[in-house]
Design a protein around this ligand. Sequence first.
Ligand SMILES: [Zn+2]
Ligand SMILES: [Zn+2]
Length: 294
Amino acid sequence: MCRTDLHVVDGELSDPKLPLVLGHEIVGRVRAVGARAASGSSAPTVGARVGVPWLGFTCGACEHCRAGRENLCDRARFTGYTIDGGYAERAVADARYVFPLDERGDAAELAPLLCAGLIGNRALRLCGDARRVGLYGFGAAAHVIAQVAAFQGREVYAFTRPGDREAQALARSLGAVWAGGSDERPAHALDGAILFAPIGALVPTALAAVRKAGVVCAGIHMSDIPSFPYALLWGERVVRSVANLTRADGEALLALAARIPVRTHVQRYALASANEALADLRHGRVCGAAVLVP
Ligand SMILES: [Zn+2]
Ligand SMILES: [Zn+2]
């Protein structure tokens, strides 16, 4: 499960397929291969374990696709949003956008890599060589990316909901050098920050915490950003978003996660408890990532 699922449920994203099966971090096994996929160069085999991510289709022809930015494709389609997704026992996916997974690791523990991990990693990459990285909102994505950042020799500063001691403890156990509430400021200025929390008011907060560097907004939706003094942006500070993923992002993160290795913390729910799980996600009652196990 991903916070994006809540944005879809709440109607904050404007263009869902309806009715819709949510879910864009699918780990499963190939049960059947369609005729056109079977004739492709990298046809999946029946029984193979695969991961199905958010990016479900791109046109291959628009200016973004041709420039290697398929994450920005004008005609892209997305799993669990404009294509039926993974809150299900079976799903259909375009084989060209499916990642092969080996047999290592529990399926539930791999699932969070497929969005939280790889969108998070794309956001981290956009922080450049930032050494001190702030992560605002310590949920599924941050708990994966903290491990990647620590592995890369960066210092992770984890900002949680004020008073969320459980998330702060998780952050420290995953290598964060500092963990506190989003209303706190660490002693050192940050070299970059990633906002995973969908709270626009955190943009000026994060800008105030970074030295002359950037703030990356990693969510698909955010509440309005309040006005702030220009001085917070001065010094060539940058605010930018991260949109979607490319297949190359997925391949890179999955290989990196196996090498580190990333350990995810998951809260498992039965498929029939999806609404309860969404409520837990909404109210901050999930430590790490929520996963539905059909
Ligand atoms: Zn395109
Ligand atoms: Zn997601």
